[in-house]
Design a protein around this ligand. Structure first.
Ligand SMILES: [Zn+2]
Length: 541
């Protein structure tokens, strides 16, 4: 069977056959019908949205001997000659390959000759943003005083690269990404016409993968048909033929990972790999998805739309997901997966490596990096809030206490805390307090206190400052020496280091202290800082 690519075979022949760009085709039809044509059009839109198809239809329509409601008839001499690409009236230029000034000049010299037959000479310049500055200037001269029988149609994916002087002389039309329903409906029509059996889910998957481009959708469909000649196109077969992951899967995987659902996340990953998705591609696509999610979560809707190349359906999905995912978690996922990408290059068993990474996503406690720490702090804060609401002391069932911790030898001499250790303790404050086997009152006092260290003297001493309304209580309850000792021991147990601890109230604060609180730490981490070596084994929880 000799096969003609669907995109060529079913290229729309009239404005009415163009899918998803009714706002453009309706206006153009009206212009043809009423004879109110422009001399320069600019068609802007991402690839495969129909710019060239519409340009060709317009070229035929303006020359058609018997247009039908603004559409070209397709049967008159002119329509046929243009359709067969033998007409002298339609000149197509690909600016990507002919962008020099000489080439444009040559073409423009032709402009002065009237068409030998038909009414209009139509110049279609594709990828017009690729023209050189000189070529644009040459073109501009013609656009300033176009002969009455000339129409320019400039098409581009990047309007921002077109000089304002050119823009101002064109009537601009923006071609939209085509939605999934429209692409699916078109493919449904084509497969039925061609006698290809395809299930709805398969077609919808292809439509989503094409991301708004009809041309991409049809070439993906071609690939699938070629792969499964004479067999029904099912969702599983399409995944296999394209070696691509279903992007809805990324959303589900992210949700499972954020929930800490290891089994669910692994199942989602495995189902894709078993369906034939290539692991490297899956990971690469997933990183891109997380990048988009991160931008959605941290930027204004306008900025996000400008930075993310995705259809409206995908943007909706991202916005929904972004509301339930915090940016730090997103960054942690990206880091884990980027590491994975690097390691997979030299690995024999890529699948095992990838599965391990998927597990790491779901288990921040097994990850020692800074952003995992932040995620753990976040989880703890949530947990603390919940416990506080229920009036329960976190230490009573605090996860840190469940672990079988071997008490350190009383005789053991622990190393003194270095400034980095003090900073780490400050950054780790809430977790440290949660694991403190103390009364809820002391815990609350400490939780609201500010841990500090002296960055000037670098002395081995942790300063804990009680401020605000709690100063009185703190002075009475928390500053007893017994309790101070208890706290020193707690730090020793948690970190395996010794630090002197001094409690004070705000008004008695010694000079030169530096505070590191959780929010500041998160701020610092978001521009990628250290704390890389993590914590001791015994503070897993
Ligand atoms: Zn015609």
């Amino acid at each position: 069977m000799s096969y003609v690519a669907l995109y060529r075979k079913f290229r729309p022949q009239t404005f009415d056959e163009v899918s998803g760009q009714e706002h453009v085709t309706k206006t153009l039809k009206n212009q043809v019908r009423t004879g109110r044509l422009q001399h320069a059009y600019l068609f802007v839109g991402t690839r495969g949205t129909g710019k060239t198809s519409v340009a060709k239809i317009l070229a035929r329509a303006v020359n058609c001997e018997q247009p039908d409601d603004g559409n070209p008839c397709g049967v008159c001499d002119s329509c046929r000659r243009i359709g067969d690409a033998v007409s002298m009236n339609v000149i197509e230029i690909d600016a990507a390959s002919n962008n020099g000034v000489d080439h444009i000049r040559e073409i423009i010299e032709e402009v002065q000759y009237r068409p030998t037959d038909g009414q209009y000479k139509v110049y279609i310049i594709d990828e017009v943003h690729m023209l050189s500055a000189g070529a644009f200037n040459a073109l501009l001269k013609t656009l300033e005083e176009p002969p009455s029988y000339v129409i320019f149609i400039l098409a581009t994916t990047e309007a921002a690269k077109i000089p304002v002087t050119i823009l101002s002389r064109c009537q601009r039309y923006d071609f939209r990404r085509i939605d999934v329903d429209t692409i699916t409906a078109r493919m449904r029509y084509l497969t039925e016409t061609e006698g290809v059996r395809a299930d709805e889910k398969a077609l919808r998957f292809i439509a989503r993968a094409a991301d708004g481009s009809m041309r991409d959708a049809l070439s993906l469909l071609d690939r699938c048909i070629a792969f499964y000649m004479d067999e029904e196109l099912t969702y599983e077969r399409v995944l296999k033929a394209l070696g691509e992951a279903d992007t809805t899967v990324f959303g589900k995987l992210t949700e499972a990972a954020v929930r800490g659902d290891s089994g669910g996340a692994l199942r989602i990953f495995s189902s894709q790999i078993s369906a034939g998705v290539e692991i490297g591609q899956f990971i690469g696509d997933y990183i891109m998805f997380l990048r988009n999610l991160l931008i959605t979560a941290t930027s204004s809707p306008e900025d996000a739309a400008a930075m993310i190349d995705a259809s409206e359906e995908q943007m909706d999905e991202l916005r929904g997901l972004a509301s339930g995912t915090d940016p730090e978690t997103c960054m942690r996922f990206i880091r884990i997966l980027s590491d994975l990408e690097n390691r997979m290059r030299y690995a024999a068993n890529r699948r095992v490596l990838a599965e391990t990474a998927v597990l790491m996503l779901t288990r921040p406690e097994s990850d020692r990096s800074a952003d995992a720490l932040v995620q753990r702090i976040r989880l703890l804060e949530t947990r603390l809030d919940e416990l506080a609401e229920r009036g329960i002391s976190p230490a009573a069932d605090g996860p840190a206490e469940k672990k079988d911790v071997k008490p350190r030898d009383t005789g053991e001499v622990l190393p003194d805390a270095a400034p980095e250790d003090l900073r780490r303790i400050c950054g780790d404050w809430k977790r440290l307090i949660t694991s403190l086997p103390s009364s809820i009152l002391k815990q609350q006092l400490l939780e609201n206190a500010h841990p500090q260290y002296n960055a000037e003297t670098l002395e081995n001493r942790l300063y804990v400052e009680f401020g605000g309304g709690q100063q009185e209580t703190a002075a009475a309850v928390a500053t007893s020496d017994d309790w101070r000792q208890e706290f020193v021991k707690h730090i020793e147990k948690q970190y395996g280091i010794h630090a002197d601890v001094e409690f004070h109230v705000t008004k008695d604060r010694p000079a030169g202290l530096r505070t590191v609180d959780v929010d500041r730490m998160i701020e610092a981490l978001s521009i990628a800082v250290e704390v890389e070596d993590g914590m001791d084994d015994e503070d897993e929880f």
